[in-house]
Design a protein around this ligand. Structure first.
Ligand SMILES: [Fe+2]
Length: 251
């Protein structure tokens, strides 16, 4: 497992015909702000957790109402919690909110496992949704690499909003591609990391800091739960409790 995560110098511009330029919208999203950050994400911007101890039955997540919303490829999303409880994929900022203090939607009743899981974290959560992503090669995926605007309208003295994933389908050859920014504000290939997307894989990413996109090698759609969480002592404690064994520091 360890060897499959964070391999360092595996990125190469030569592999990627498309590359973002200085006029990419992500470059304008703030990186340095006074918000409280998570110590666990300080070094690399992401952390891998233990695999989920249980599965969400496919009948539950496949029965949800999905909306046609393109983000990071050919995607559809089922909102489970949103800014106002409506089945809406727009950013919370469209409703004057930061991505936290979310309300459950009508979809939430159909996925009690997920609702209980998110509530059990004990942290303030924002959007909770399931992504359905069609297969895409690395070359396709790179066209959608971006950073998230998770903290728009977030007061400086409050926690920093990050995102967590839980893979609901088994795609061990697919991966989330992550890169820090270089001095030019563009993704730095020397920092590339790949998080494998097998069934039950869970991880937390500062997606405002890291450029990200998923390379999905499968033949069928990949489903995953994505949840925004506000940084807090409760979220930090939860991460410590759920951390993958290989991600723990030596005692
Ligand atoms: Fe994103």
């Amino acid at each position: 497992m360890e060897a499959r995560v964070g391999l360092g110098l595996i990125g190469s511009r030569a592999m990627d015909p498309f590359w973002p330029t200085a006029d990419h919208w992500s470059v304008k999203i703030p990186l340095a702000t006074p918000h409280q950050r998570l110590a666990q994400l300080a070094e690399r911007g992401f952390v891998v957790l233990e695999d989920a101890p249980f599965e969400v039955p496919a009948e539950q997540y496949e029965s949800l109402q999905y909306l046609d919303w393109k983000s990071g490829g050919d995607t559809n999303f089922a909102p489970i919690a949103s800014a106002d409880g409506e089945l809406d994929c727009r950013g919370f900022w469209d409703k004057g909110k930061t991505d936290k203090d979310a309300l459950w939607t009508s979809n939430a009743e159909r996925v009690p496992t997920i609702r209980q899981y998110v509530e059990s974290v004990g942290a303030n959560f924002g959007r909770v949704r399931i992504i359905k992503l069609e297969p895409q090669t690395r070359e396709d995926a790179i066209r959608s690499i971006h950073r998230d605007d998770n903290n728009r309208f977030n007061p400086d003295h409050e926690g920093w909003v990050v995102r967590s994933w839980w893979e609901l389908t088994d795609n061990p050859d697919s991966y989330m591609l992550l890169m820090d920014s270089g001095p030019d504000g563009l993704p730095d290939p020397a920092t590339e990391a790949r998080v494998p997307l097998h069934l039950g894989a869970r991880f937390v990413v500062d997606t405002q800091r890291l450029w990200h996109v998923v390379v999905h090698q499968g033949a069928a759609p990949r489903y995953a739960l994505i949840t925004s969480f506000e940084t807090s002592p409760a979220l930090s404690d939860w991460i410590d409790a759920e951390l993958a064994e290989h991600a723990r520091l030596p005692a």
